[in-house]
Ligand binder design. Structure first.
Ligand code: F6R
Length: 246
């Protein structure tokens, strides 16, 4: 794991945006894995600004989001599809047919999960996956104790994850109890991973990630130690008290 230590959220976002633009310019047919949540919001803002200014072309890219809540329509302001539309897709020239999120409304969820995996395979796999991390070490919505061999699947969200995400809803009662997420094995098949981490509330997760702890399912992000091409961009607050091995 390659670590880039940055000052703050702004610098993390700028480095992440530059990284992504470079990827798209290098390979205009890039398959990007995208995340939602608070962490990548500023990165998306910077991508939009860059698209306006420098005309970075997204016409031939394909995107796969990590996850989506169960039971929310894509037009629901708290769905991840809506988040992506508002924060990125409506402002760049990505083609609708190339946008992929699992559907939380699928009648046959098992089938939907399988189809999502097939679509990723058909596109040749994910070239660059953007990840955030939960304070309990979750990646995607893969909570502690999710099998490392997991592929796209339905999850029951933990109380701590629902509490952390309640800020995007009117009240915690409205936070769905289930989601569909890429599995850990799905994420690990990405050719490259960019993990973005900002803020003190992530410091314990970062301490654990940089500890001697072997990859284990109690702490999902620990699997990243086994991936050959992971870059972590983390700010000072997230790295508070972290001893980075040399
Ligand atoms: C989002 C996702 C989650 C978040 C994580 C951190 O698509 O899969 O794993 O990356 O919960 O969320 P924030 O960025 O809001 O702290």
């Amino acid at each position: 794991m390659n670590l880039i230590e940055v000052r703050d959220y702004e610098e993390m976002s700028q480095i992440a945006a530059d990284y992504l633009v470079k990827q798209v310019r290098k390979n205009p047919a890039s398959v990007l894995g995208l995340a939602t949540g608070g962490t990548p919001q500023k990165m998306y803002e910077l991508l939009i600004a860059d698209h306006k200014k420098n005309k970075t072309n997204y016409n031939t890219i394909t995107t796969f989001n990590l996850d989506e809540y169960m039971g929310l329509k894509p037009t629901d302001p708290t769905s991840y599809r809506y988040y992506m539309d508002q924060n990125l897709f409506n402002h760049i020239n990505v083609q609708e047919k190339n946008i992929n999120l699992p559907s939380g409304l699928a009648a046959n969820v098992e089938e939907e999960c399988k189809k999502y995996e097939v679509r990723i395979q058909e596109k040749g796999g994910i070239d660059l996956q953007i990840l955030g991390i939960g304070s309990n070490g979750h990646i995607g919505f893969n909570e502690p104790r999710t099998a490392f061999s997991s592929r796209t699947h339905v999850v029951n969200l933990t109380a701590s994850t629902r509490e952390a995400n309640a800020r995007f809803f009117d009240s915690i009662k409205e936070v769905p109890t289930q989601a569909i997420t890429m599995g850990i094995a799905t994420i690990m098949e990405s050719k490259e991973i960019l993990l973005l981490v900002s803020g003190e509330e992530k410091a314990d997760a970062m301490k654990r990630l940089f500890s001697q702890e072997e990859p284990n399912e109690q702490f999902p992000a620990s699997i990243l130690k086994n991936h050959p091409h992971v870059t972590i961009v983390a700010d000072k607050k997230a790295l508070k008290g972290v001893v980075v091995p040399v």
